[in-house]
Design a protein around this ligand. Structure first.
Ligand code: ATP
Length: 208
């Protein structure tokens, strides 16, 4: 099963990388594919250019053999709908099963996604949840009512081709791309939030 980790990655940071590794190991995923979003349908345009975000992801995952990057959303015109991305991946990867990796915040907004019910025909979903002691984001109750029959244990998700949902506990680091951009603008040190290779690109290309 291939994990699909979408995001703006503006910039990619250890919050993304660490959680991707946790999910990959927990679900024994063959691969985690990072897919930088071209035109986010539900949020502001990213600050860095698409090719800069792609280069930062490439640099961040270099040497991590289960991590790959896929630029198909950057090649497409118009809003980057996940249902289109999964359809195109399914077409290319044929029998391989897909598992969309989402933070609890993203999962809670699923009903607002374009053709969201269609996603269950194409992929499983792994929702990353914080360990209990660090505080939980409340689940969207209305969404839970609609998807409750899809929820399975982590060990059962591997057996499903698509349509299952499981919750995976991950090490959540209190890092966000917005916070990194703000700290960088204020001249603060950001090198503990992201790989050195990403920081080098930010400096060399004056990205933020
Ligand atoms: P921004 O601050 O601009 O909103 P972000 O840091 O949240 O950016 P995104 O690229 O939008 O990064 O995130 C992509 C995915 O990664 C989302 O599903 C989000 O929930 C998840 N994510 C982001 N930061 C973390 C983190 N620190 N720990 C776990 N998951 C995260």
């Amino acid at each position: 099963m291939i994990g699909i980790f979408g995001g703006t990655f503006d910039p990619i940071h250890y919050g993304h990388l660490r959680t991707a590794l946790d999910v990959q190991q927990c679900l024994s995923l063959d691969e985690v594919r990072f897919i930088p979003c071209g035109e986010p349908p539900h949020r502001n345009k990213p600050v860095a250019e698409p090719l800069q975000r792609l280069a930062m992801v490439r640099a961040a995952i270099a040497g991590q053999k289960e991590f790959t990057v896929d630029d198909r959303e950057l090649q497409r015109e118009g809003p980057s709908y996940m249902v289109d991305t999964l359809t195109s991946l399914k077409h290319d990867l044929k029998t391989e099963s897909l598992c969309l990796i989402l933070g609890m915040d993203a999962f809670n907004g699923l009903e607002q996604w374009h053709q969201w019910q269609q996603i269950f025909e194409l992929a499983n979903i792994a929702v990353m949840k914080r360990p209990a002691e660090t505080g939980q984001i409340e689940m969207n109750k209305n969404l839970m009512l609609q998807v409750k029959d899809r929820i399975v244990e982590v060990t059962d998700l591997q057996k499903k081709q698509n349509g299952g949902i499981c919750f995976v506990s991950v090490t959540q680091l209190d890092i966000s791309a917005t916070m990194i951009r703000q700290q960088w603008q204020q001249g603060k040190d950001i090198h503990l939030f992201l790989p050195e290779s990403v920081l080098t690109l930010i400096q060399q290309q004056n990205i933020y």
